[in-house]
Design a protein around this ligand. Structure first.
Ligand code: PEP
Ligand code: MN
Length: 440
């Protein structure tokens, strides 16, 4: 089932209803008239109890680390750093094992190293990892060939991919919390030190990092990679929110399907201290984007809000030059100073003749290069890259090499639970070709 198009619940860009004015709390989203992509549970009391349990568990990410992430994102908004974000479309509980997690970490570190060297900037490494367990779907139901209707797979936090586990089970949210915890532990042990560990209790701050002549990637305090996921499942996200911190990740974003101005997801993320992202597709226009930014960040002139919002464009390679300039210009006329990040994957998804979802590495690279160029041409800065990828040797995207060239070749090792991911080599080659282009 295509996750990308068409999107029945996509944000309606003509919508310009006024920003929500109520006071914010981690639960204020429940007052909004519409919760896009909400999961209907047959036992709401069980959901309530599970969320109470999750709320009583320790943070996965500390508020201190979230504040550090926020300051690093501010640097990216100003062109003083670059963000490398990548990971699975949908993480699997079953992939929480040393080899798979270590490979993902190794890949991210390799990409950050290449970018840091080429851009001569510190690179902020962000995994789409340790909590990417809920997926938006264009249709919450799937009709089987025999006509039976089953729940669509919505991510391991909600249900399982096989047909006998499709009923949404709230207890999976608790499993999600512990799989995130285990992933964080595996990430720590899998990490190569990017810089020699500094003795003593002090953690280098952004200014220290940025003022030195270092071109090493930096990975946050104690060398940890920042984690991120889509803030989709609001009962879970609000359960892990303490004060204004979503303590399940450093960075959370809302998707193309949940960014309605008067929707619950915008209401939820607008109150967070975490840096927040919003994905935007090719139907976005300048005035709507500015409305969205105003709603998410009512005080754009405040220096504390630099880089608080990351606009993640996922336009499709052929739409970049048509759509992006007017968005950049509209934002430049305001006082907002967001990070502009490019997701060159989601606008370039296609189905093979056999109905297998795939992406061409060339199209991904084209969108990235055009986005970089268009940002430069319009006096703006590309501050980050967002890729769907895995450290394994999967065959989910096409790349013109022997193994990846034929559509039949996709069957060799197609393991994604959702969208097609770049393999280790494909993901490195996208970054490598991008840095080649930028260096010229
Ligand atoms: C995703 O990031 O997997 C996703 C669903 O993206 P988008 O909201 O941009 O379609
Ligand atoms: Mn995806």
């Amino acid at each position: 089932m295509p996750e990308d198009f068409p999107v029945e619940s996509a944000a309606t860009d003509s919508m310009s209803t006024s920003a929500p004015q109520c006071s914010w709390s981690p639960q204020s989203w429940t007052k909004m008239p519409r919760v896009a992509q909400a999961v209907e549970y047959s036992d709401p009391m069980a959901l309530y109890e599970v969320c109470n349990t999750i709320a009583s568990l320790p943070p996965l990410v500390s508020p201190a680390k979230i504040e550090i992430a926020r300051s690093y994102f501010a640097a990216a908004a100003q062109g003083r750093a670059f963000i490398m974000q990548g990971g699975d479309c949908a993480e699997s509980f079953k992939d929480v094992c040393p080899h798979i997690i270590h490979q993902k970490v190794k890949l991210l570190q390799e990409q950050s190293r290449m970018l840091a060297q080429c851009l001569n900037l510190p690179v902020i490494t962000v995994g789409r990892i340790a909590g990417q367990y809920a997926k938006p779907r264009s249709n919450p139901w799937e009709v089987l060939p025999n006509g039976t209707k089953v729940h669509a797979f919505r991510g391991h936090n909600v249900n399982g991919p096989s047909l006998d586990e499709r009923h949404p089970d709230p207890h999976r949210l608790l499993l999600g919390y512990f799989h995130s915890r285990a992933t964080l532990d595996l990430m720590k042990e899998g990490q190569l030190p990017a810089t020699p560990p500094t003795p003593g209790p002090s953690t280098p701050g952004i200014d220290e990092m940025l003022s030195g002549n270092t071109v090493e990637p930096f990975d946050g305090p104690q060398g940890a990679i920042f984690t991120s996921h889509e803030a989709l499942h609001l009962p879970f996200e609000s359960a892990v929110t303490h004060g204004r911190y979503n303590t399940s990740a450093s960075f959370v974003w809302i998707g193309e399907r949940t960014r309605q101005l008067n929707g619950a997801h915008v209401e939820y993320v607008r109150g967070l201290r975490n840096p927040i992202g919003v994905k935007i597709g090719p139907t976005m226009d300048g005035p709507t984007l500015v409305n969205l930014l105003d709603t998410l960040c009512p005080n754009p002139g405040n220096d504390d809000n630099i880089g608080r919002i990351t606009i993640i464009t996922r336009l499709g390679a052929d739409n970049v030059e048509k759509v992006l300039p007017s968005l950049i210009l509209a934002v430049k006329e305001t006082r907002h100073r967001p990070v502009w990040m490019c997701d060159p994957c989601h606008g370039n998804t296609q189905n093979t003749t056999c109905g297998v979802k795939t992406r061409h590495v060339d199209r991904i690279l084209q969108e990235l290069i055009r986005t970089w160029q268009t940002q430069c041409d319009n006096g703006s800065i590309l501050g980050g890259l967002h890729l769907e990828q895995t450290g394994e040797f999967v065959t989910e995207c096409l790349d013109g090499t022997k193994q990846g060239s034929s559509e039949q070749g996709l069957a060799l090792n197609y393991r994604s639970l959702c969208d097609p991911r770049l393999s280790y080599f494909q993901a490195c080659s996208v970054v490598n070709s991008f840095v080649d282009f930028v260096s010229k």
